[in-house]
Design a protein around this ligand. Structure first.
Ligand code: BES
Ligand code: ZN
Length: 961
């Protein structure tokens, strides 16, 4: 089915390109390498695990000790040839790649030093005795290389010259090198899978943020844009892909092997972190939309089963949607998307060749839930949005990452909404992003969206920026901005921003400038400039709680902290005051808007009569919480009880989430928060239910090991029973599906809560479905319900159920099914099964590396697995840290995941000890998460002490017959 892949006639032996046999290369290079090492005490061997010196080295001012490149050189274009070997080297057993690369650069400041990024590459020495050759391109003679060596810590190839490079002259630097094609999910790496009993290997890349330097020497900073001429050498009958279109493919002979050489057309001017090189024997499906070739690549069986069709059908329309949203044509002739068996993140926006986890791209009606489908639509939209915002215009440095990721995380909803207009997916940003990040941004250990350029230097510091603040808070404040400017003004500013900086770089304030221009042109009136308003959201951490007194009309704001006793040590120039756009309504009146741009002010219109309630933050378009005077809360509760439809559905979800969090911060009584869940007995909509379940999750974590638990479950069972009955009715006794997307989600919530809270009918149902599957080997369970049904059946069962699910996991033909089982396997209540499962997470034959941390977190989510997972992580931290680095978000998720339930003095001490014990190894992208976990544990301890009795009593009263 690989239609149209073009292979030209054999052109015989191509000369010296990457022309060293693998084995001899490794040996030769390791010799060169150790010589270089001996010659230069700067060099430490990255291959060995030498301990860092005990004393901290004195800060050095040498250029190669700094993490940022000097400004003296600017790349223009590269010629890179890479040859990944998809079989292991016979002597070393290692998978490797060889490469040669030349870069033409301009000297912009006279210098006798060349620093270029390089990590874990071994170089072949040239005749000049050095790791590179240098020549002048614009005529004249280049200075000779005096010494060349590798600086491991800061990841440079260093070349000291015997004379200066001349300003404005062009030079060309060439290298030959070997690297390991490891299974480490970063740089040029390998992914493996089985097909018909045969092991297959894919060579692929993940460069963002700082791993392009692991594939070839390059100026690996986002502002060092250049044009890339890529050539890949690959085994016959494999397909080579890169960012650009294939220019030609020929059969050649390399070191006595017949192989293929694919040359790609030069890329646009782009950043190194967006490069991608892939060799596989994948198949594809394609279509051409408005001159853009769209292809979906995956393992052959997946393509044959039609699993790429959904992605293919949605990509074209989403691309068209963004072309019009950005008012800018997609600048490349093709858009490839590929599903990889091993992939650390969810997806990566390489320009023209987007890479995905299989679960994020492949869809199969027989196996995929509506949630899987939604994720595919939104993730495609997210990555396609980056084609403009991030790729065409790139932020100058990683400190502005929040704007890149926050923007894509906002407009992914717009793109997905366009592709699936019936879903109302735009509303879900409130649950998925706003509520999610509120929980983190309300901690004293949070941090502002924006970081200073000089504070972000090391690769770990860059990786740490890929967090919920950048993604979800970024998305939330941009949504707020688009809302108060109106979409028309917002997109106008956006369009002129993209137009000014296309193929170049910008800083976040450049976007504000363009938005300001659009504001002025449109005559929009704002209380201040875009820059001033947004600074209050971007430069200080946290968000306000806006308090409305409906008796006096006084509206005030205060920094919202989940733990009212926590001390904020980070000063803010805005004194933790924000310029807050408030959309609000009164019973039966039209919606109004005001700005709160001081600590407190009186808004006469907000005074309510005896019969009226006030509700603010309409549709949660603002990034803040709202509190009211007691009388207004009572009126809102009455409205919920009597006619909840009077309150917009998103705000019903918000009232619950706000109330629970205000209670945790001791701003309102916990009982008031609990009372917001009473009306749920009549609620049939997804968002309020999901918000309540999210809020009650905290109660569950705090109480599932003590006596509150039983009575709380009884209350929940009472609340959820009518919802369960409702879905049973509208689905003809679980035979059909509810029609709406949100209703389908709520059906899952109804079943999972009903089963969890002990509704027998639900548990019987889940067990019977699972048993039928075990008996008949034909799975009768509807895909939407699988995760929760599997989980409940495995929790209720023993080893037989677990083993059955494990064998289904191992033989699943689609990753989406395997993932549901992988999650459910963590639901067993047998400690020995959980411990064995934990062991599996560090065995790549059992669980893929990409899935290790999330599996541990699933196990920790189980009340019985919690302490087992914590012991496991503590005991193996160094191993996990070194083996599963990969530069993704996983460490913060792992630490937060295994410490979520912590609420005792004993657990706090363990956590502090963990921090101390591993100070030397470090926590990488989980550094902040350790402090957040300590803060959270302290807050949890206090919360339980203060609330347990009251909560127990409230539930007891509610379930009294
Ligand atoms: N650029 C990121 C992928 C990435 C993440 C690279 C972390 C390096 C480190 C990509 O655009 C992204 O954000 N992917 C998300 C999906 C999105 C829908 C939130 C992901 O991988 O989860
Ligand atoms: Zn992204």
């Amino acid at each position: 089915m690989a239609k149209g892949f073009f292979i030209s006639k054999t052109v015989g032996i191509v000369g010296a390109i990457v022309g060293v046999a693998a084995v001899s290369t490794i040996i030769a290079l390791s010799v060169v390498y150790s010589q270089e090492k001996a010659n230069n005490n700067q060099l430490t061997d990255e291959g060995t695990t030498s301990k860092p010196p005990v004393t901290t080295p004195a800060p050095s001012n040498l250029p190669w000790d700094k993490y940022r490149l000097p400004k003296s050189l600017e790349p223009d274009h590269y010629n890179v040839t890479l040859w990944p070997r998809l079989t292991p080297d016979k002597t070393t057993g290692l998978y490797i790649f060889t490469g040669d690369s030349s870069v033409e650069f301009r000297c912009v400041e006279e210098t006798d030093l060349i620093l270029i990024h390089s990590n874990k590459l071994n170089y072949t020495k040239f005749e000049n005795g050095h790791l590179a050759t240098l020549k002048s391109v614009s005529g004249g003679k280049a200075p000779s290389i005096k010494s060349s060596w590798l600086k491991v810590e800061t990841q440079y190839l260093v070349l000291q010259l015997d004379g200066k490079l001349t300003k404005n002259q062009m030079y060309q630097l060439s290298t030959k090198f070997t690297g390991e094609l490891a299974d480490d999910l970063g740089g040029f790496y390998r992914s493996e899978y089985m097909e018909n009993g045969v092991k297959k290997v894919v060579a692929t890349t993940q460069m963002q943020p700082t791993d392009a330097r692991k594939a070839f020497p390059c100026f690996d900073e986002p502002a060092m844009k250049a044009v890339f001429h890529i050539t890949l050498i690959h085994q016959n009958r494999t397909v080579a892909l890169s960012n650009g279109e294939e220019k030609e493919s020929s059969n050649i002979n390399m070191d006595g092997q017949a192989v293929q050489m694919t040359v790609f057309k030069p890329t646009e001017k782009m950043s190194t972190y967006l490069l991608a090189f892939i060799v596989s024997d994948f198949e594809f499906i394609s279509e051409n939309i408005g001159g853009v070739l769209i292809r979906i690549f995956a393992r052959k069986p997946a393509i044959d089963a039609g699993q790429g069709e959904y992605a293919l059908n949605k990509t074209g329309p989403i691309l068209k949607y963004f072309e019009s949203y950005f008012s800018s044509k997609y600048p490349l002739p093709k858009s490839d998307q590929i599903a990889l068996p091993d992939f650390n993140a969810g997806a990566m926006e390489n320009w023209g060749l987007i890479t995905y986890r299989e679960t994020a791209l492949l869809y199969d009606e027989e196996y995929s839930s509506n949630s899987n489908k939604e994720r595919i639509a939104t993730i495609i939209a997210h990555e396609l949005a980056h084609m403009w915002f991030g790729n065409l215009v790139t932020l100058r440095w990683w400190n502005d990452l929040w704007l890149n990721e926050g923007f894509a995380s906002y407009v992914e909803y717009l793109g997905a909404d366009n592709a699936e207009p019936d879903w109302n997916v735009k509303d879900l940003i409130v649950l998925n992003d706003v509520h999610r990040v509120f929980a983190i941004d309300a901690l004293a250990s949070s941090h502002p969206l924006s970081s200073k350029e000089e504070d972000i230097q090391k690769p770990e510091q860059i990786s740490e920026l890929f967090d919920a603040i950048s993604y979800s808070k970024g998305a939330s404040v941009l949504r707020m901005l688009s809302d108060f400017l109106t979409e028309t003004v917002f997109t106008k500013g956006l369009q002129s921003y993209l137009d000014e900086f296309k193929f170049g770089n910008a800083v976040y304030t450049d976007l504000w400038k363009h938005l300001e221009k659009a504001v002025i042109e449109s005559g929009t009136s704002l209380p201040s400039t875009v820059h001033e308003i947004m600074n209050t959201w971007v430069l200080q951490m946290g968000f306000p709680v806006v308090t409305i007194n409906t008796a006096t009309g006084v509206v005030s704001q205060k920094h919202f902290l989940l733990d009212s006793d926590s001390v904020v040590t980070t000063p803010s120039i805005y004194n933790y005051e924000w310029i807050v756009p408030i959309k609000w309504m009164k019973t039966g009146e039209d919606q109004e808007s005001v700005w709160l741009n001081e600590k407190s002010k009186t808004i006469e219109a907000m005074k309510a009569s005896e019969a009226q309630w006030v509700l603010a933050n309409h549709n949660v378009s603002g990034y803040y919480r709202v509190n009211y005077d007691e009388a207004n809360w009572e009126k809102l509760l009455t409205a919920l009880a009597n006619d909840h439809q009077l309150i917009p559905v998103i705000n019903r979800a918000q009232l619950i989430d706000d109330a629970f969090n205000l209670a945790r911060a001791k701003i309102i009584p916990t009982v008031l928060a609990l009372r917001t869940t009473k009306y749920l007995i009549q609620e049939r909509e997804y968002m309020p239910w999901d918000s309540a379940l999210g809020s009650l999750d905290f109660f569950e974590l705090m109480f599932d090991r003590n006596e509150v638990y039983g009575v709380m479950q009884e209350y929940l069972k009472k609340q959820v029973t009518p919802l369960f009955e409702h879905f049973k009715n509208i689905t003809d006794n679980w035979e059909t599906l509810p029609t709406g997307h949100m209703d389908q989600y709520n059906q899952v919530n109804a079943i999972s809560l009903a089963c969890k809270s002990g509704l027998e009918e639900c548990q019987t149902l889940a067990k019977a479905w699972f048993k039928k599957w075990m008996d008949t080997k034909i799975n009768p369970i509807e895909p939407n319900l699988r995760s929760t049904v599997y989980c409940n059946a495995i929790a209720a069962g023993g080893a037989a159920e677990w083993e059955f699910a494990w064998s289904q996991f191992k033989s699943a033909s689609i990753a989406i099914e395997a993932d549901k089982l992988r999650y459910a396997l963590a639901c067993t209540r047998q400690p020995w099964l959980l411990n064995r499962y934990l062991e599996y997470t560090l065995d790549t034959n059992m669980i893929r590396k990409q899935d290790a941390t999330s599996t541990i977190v699933y196990i920790a989510g189980n009340v019985i697995g919690q302490s087992l997972a914590w012991d496991f992580v503590r005991a193996r931290w160094t191993y996990i840290f070194t083996q599963y680095g990969g530069g993704s978000f996983s460490f913060s998720n792992l630490i937060n995941g295994v410490t979520n339930r912590f609420s005792t003095e004993y657990e706090l001490q363990q956590l502090k000890q963990f921090k101390e014990d591993n100070a030397e190894t470090g926590f990488g992208s989980g550094t902040l998460a350790v402090d957040q976990s300590i803060e959270r544990t302290i807050a949890n301890m206090k919360w339980i002490a203060e609330n347990k009795q009251g909560v127990l009593k409230w539930f007891q009263d509610e379930v009294k017959p």
